[in-house]
Design a binder for this molecule. Structure first.
Ligand code: SIN
Length: 479
């Protein structure tokens, strides 16, 4: 297991010699002691990325594609090892971690190809003596700050487009889950990336490390996935040196079920969206809005499905819902339940912590709340836990008003059979992603990202590589 930072193609301990402990949130077992890098280590990684940039930028796109594709292959070769590491670090069930490895590899595979399609433009000039061209060039050193909830896929979702575009990169993984990023780093050496093209700096002092990303003109792009609160801080830091930022921030997704929806499919979708990673995903359904005609039946079916979920250590066979990542996470989930009950909601299943033999006290029973109203905490804030609050609505415009009545705008879900309504809703929902009769819209080839307080920029698709490219307009007088 790799526990040192990757700087300039070599694994090195922190200059201070310090390490920090990584725990399994399911058991609190110590998984590893990892290099506790600081600003000086981050600076060394940035300098290495800057030295590697000219050659990487000038390499042909088909050459850059080779190690990217090879890394995807190596990740799939080592799928079981990566799956286990991911599950240990963040607590997610092995079956989900295995899907995450494949999802992660898909970004590398897809961008290995997309890097070959970074085309320029010619523009018809008004002056016949001129030729107007637009070049798209890699912007320079990119930095990535990745979250604990997808410790593998969020690294490659940033790595794929950055390296395919011709940028070099420094990744700072979340302190809870640095080992997955270091495992990718180890495979990146085997995949054949030149030294300095991809660097990983681990450490507890995230503010000091991320300050180095903004303190000069070397890092030209910072991509962050995490909370809106931290996103705001990074956006403010980016102002001094006008560093471009891509921010994939909090969500508060409405999951809207109309009377004419296929209820079986809506319940299957609700389960997939809400309980993936114990509800700890930015795009997971956070607010269920169900039209009154099917409300009771939906709650009944959802309750039966949720009550059957198996809670446990992510690495135990058959586990479907693992622990929350930390104590603050479970306290928040509990607070949302308590607030809903205090204001008149009912628990139809779950509602409290679950004891898992040999486990920590971070396991929350998958919960359904009915009788929820939009003023309750769970309808105002992202829960990031396995709580499904259901609110009844009457009309399409009521549903829309509740759905849009939040500063967040990442993902929304819509279950209905009415084509005209689908189009009206899709156009009116203030969200970056809308799943129509589809609870799992994220994929490498499509743009992922939010509006309003949910972020800036997109990851995935041909849109995602644009974040790492600068346009250069050339006006060429030829006569
Ligand atoms: C996230 O929740 O941060 C990412 C979810 C996804 O890519 O599906």
């Amino acid at each position: 297991m790799q526990t040192s930072c990757l700087i300039d193609g070599t694994f090195v301990p922190a200059r201070s010699g310090r390490t920090f402990v990584v725990h399994n949130p399911a058991t609190d077992a110590v998984i590893a002691h990892v290099a506790d890098g600081d600003a000086s280590d981050a600076r060394a990684a940035i300098d290495a990325a800057a030295r590697a940039f000219p050659a990487w930028k000038n390499a042909a796109a088909i050459e850059r594609a080779k190690p990217l594709r090879r890394l995807a292959e190596l990740m799939l070769r080592d799928v079981e090892r990566l799956t286990d590491l991911c599950s240990q670090e963040c607590g997610k069930p092995l079956a989900e971690a295995r899907v995450e490895v494949a999802y992660a590899a898909s970004f590398l595979e897809w961008y290995a190809e997309e890097g070959k399609r970074v085309y320029g433009e010619t523009i018809p000039a008004s002056d016949p003596g001129k030729r107007l061209l637009v070049l798209r060039q890699p912007s320079g050193v990119a930095a990535a700050i990745t979250p604990w909830n997808f410790p593998i896929a969020m690294v490659t979702r940033k790595m794929g487009p950055a390296l395919a575009a011709g940028c070099t990169q420094v990744v700072k993984p979340a302190e809870q889950t640095p080992l997955s990023a270091l495992a990718i780093a180890e495979l990146s050496i085997e995949a054949g990336f030149p030294a300095g093209v991809f660097n990983v700096i681990t450490g507890l002092d995230a503010p000091a490390i991320t300050d180095t990303f903004f303190d000069g003109l070397t890092v030209r792009h910072v991509s962050f996935t995490g909370s809106t609160e931290v996103g705001r801080i990074l956006l403010a830091k980016s102002a001094a040196n006008v560093v471009r930022v891509s921010l994939e921030l909090g969500g508060h997704a409405p999951f809207i079920v109309f009377n004419d929806a296929d209820l079986d499919k809506a319940v299957v979708g609700a389960m997939a969206s809400k309980f993936r990673n114990a509800g700890q995903t930015c795009v997971c359904a956070n607010r269920f809005l169900v039209q009154r005609g099917v409300h009771d039946e939906f709650v009944k079916r959802l309750t039966i499905a949720v009550a059957a979920l198996k809670v446990g250590d992510g690495r135990a066979p058959g586990t479907q819902v693992g622990p929350l990542v930390d104590d603050a996470g479970i306290r928040k989930a509990e607070a949302h339940v308590a607030d809903a009950l205090a204001h008149g909601a009912q628990v139809t299943t779950g509602g409290a912590r679950v004891t898992v033999p040999g486990g920590t006290n971070r396991f929350m029973a998958p919960t359904v709340l009915s009788g929820v109203t939009p003023t309750m905490l769970c309808f105002r804030e992202e829960t990031f836990g396995p709580i499904a609050p259901v609110c009844a609505f009457d009309t399409e415009s009521d549903a829309l008003a509740i759905a849009n009545g939040t500063p967040y705008g990442l993902a929304a879900y819509l279950f209905t059979a009415d084509g005209a309504r689908i189009m009206r809703m899709v156009e009116a929902l203030q969200y970056g992603i809308v799943g129509v009769n589809d609870a799992l819209p994220a994929t490498a080839q499509a743009p992922f990202g939010g509006v309003k307080h949910s972020g800036l920029g997109r990851e995935g698709g041909h849109h995602g590589i644009e974040e790492y490219l600068d346009l250069k307009y050339v006006s060429w007088r030829i006569s």
